[in-house]
Design a protein around this ligand. Structure first.
Ligand code: NAP
Ligand code: ZN
Ligand code: ZN
Length: 347
């Protein structure tokens, strides 16, 4: 077994503490990755604090992992020692169901091994995430990372990047489409960069007037403060697609009303409490309310290659792991520009 150093919480109210645990030996298809950077996703906060229910402790969160391959198993062909590698939100799946067969492993109908707060393919061994020194991962579920001068800014692509790229592709966003992004946080700022890179006319719908300048720098063409109802009225029936990346309770009907006929509101944000939707927010203009979860391995690789080609990375604030509690508090307050990333040298 491989001794690993990490940071864990032991219950929903506990603070993070250093924690030693063991990872499996490197198997024939595995790579051992020395973790360099790990992004801090709001899903880490929801799960560490058991806001979605069913959290498993001790928990080592972290699913935006970038590192260097230290060792490879005998059968590994995709990686060699010294390569850069990434791990996202899941580390295995059943490999047999129709979703797995179609490269949509994130919707696996069998057992999916989430990177943390889950169990390995054996459905018994707990998984531990990227707030740690090393991870052992099957090469089939490990992403290739192109060399970058800003590796720390690549890490958030593994969740925030793919979670917004996937619905933009699925809904066929093209040049000239009007795309709204609700919530300018980790996911939201990637949605803006990606949608703008695809030629869309992007509007940020935000509760934070102070983010306007940033939104425009990130590629948005318009910025709307949602706390003022008259600002939304003038946008009625105007968007082809809206990506909703808000982490807390909010009124979906307000945003559904901004969609054109046949437009779609895609939820990627996952608030703790359920939302209420009025049928007449959907019926008269044949609108769609949809959800989307991360992306499959092939699409995640496609997104990483697309971002490398288009020079797209995340805007990050790098922190030592000892500041993780403060980073959580600031994320909850919306005080992050736009992703905290842990420098694992600080472990
Ligand atoms: P984040 O960085 O905290 O951003 C969330 C943004 O939502 C904030 O920056 C803020 O933007 C807005 N917001 C926060 N509280 C709000 C409130 N009370 N009312 C209205 N707006 C509010 O979070 P994130 O890491 O981007 O994650 C966002 C959500 O997506 C989380 O729920 C997370 O669990 C979920 N998620 C889902 C997937 C998936 O596969 N679907 C993957 C990753 C994350 P403004 O200041 O601009 O209003
Ligand atoms: Zn995430
Ligand atoms: Zn499956």
């Amino acid at each position: 077994m491989l001794e690993t150093q990490g940071y864990a919480v032991t219950d929903p109210k506990a603070d993070f503490k250093p924690w030693r645990f063991e990872r499996r030996e490197v198997g024939p298809h595995d790579v051992l990755i020395e973790i360099l950077y790990c992004g801090v996703c709001h899903s880490d906060i929801h799960q560490a604090r058991d806001e979605w229910g069913g959290s498993m402790y001790p928990m080592v969160p972290g699913h935006e992992i970038v590192g260097r391959v230290a060792e490879v198993g005998a059968e590994v062909s995709k990686f060699k020692a010294g390569d850069l590698a990434g791990v996202g939100c899941f580390v295995d799946s059943c490999r047999e169901c129709s979703s797995c067969q179609e490269g949509l492993e994130q919707y696996c109908e069998g057992h999916i091994a989430m990177t943390y707060n889950g169990t390995e393919a054996d459905q018994k061994t707990p998984t531990y995430g990227g707030y740690s020194s090393h991870i052992v991962s099957d090469e089939a579920y490990t992403l290739k990372i192109a060399p970058s001068a800003k590796l720390e800014a690549v890490a958030p692509l593994l969740c925030a990047g793919i979670t917004t790229y996937s619905p933009l592709r699925r809904f066929g966003v093209k040049a000239g489409d009007k795309v709204g992004v609700v919530g300018l946080g980790g996911l939201g700022h990637m949605a803006v960069k990606l949608a703008a890179s695809m030629g869309a006319e992007v509007t940020v719908l935000s509760t934070s007037p102070s983010k306007e300048e940033d939104a425009r720098r990130l590629g948005a063409h318009h910025f709307v403060v949602t706390r003022e109802p008259q600002n939304l009225q003038v946008l009625a029936n105007s968007f082809d697609l809206i990506i909703d990346a808000v982490s807390a309770e909010h009124d979906l009907n307000l945003y559904l009303g901004l969609l054109k006929r046949d437009g779609a509101l895609v939820l990627v944000g996952a608030p703790e409490k359920p939302a209420s939707v009025h049928a007449f927010s959907l019926i008269p203009k044949r609108r769609t309310l949809a959800g989307s979860m991360i992306g499959g391995i092939a699409e995640t690789q496609e997104m990483l290659d697309y971002c490398a080609e288009h020079n797209i990375v995340s805007d990050v604030e790098v922190i030592p792991i000892q500041k993780i509690e403060e980073a959580y508090e600031r994320t909850i307050k919306g005080d992050v520009r736009y992703r905290f990333v842990i420098d694992m040298k600080s472990l």
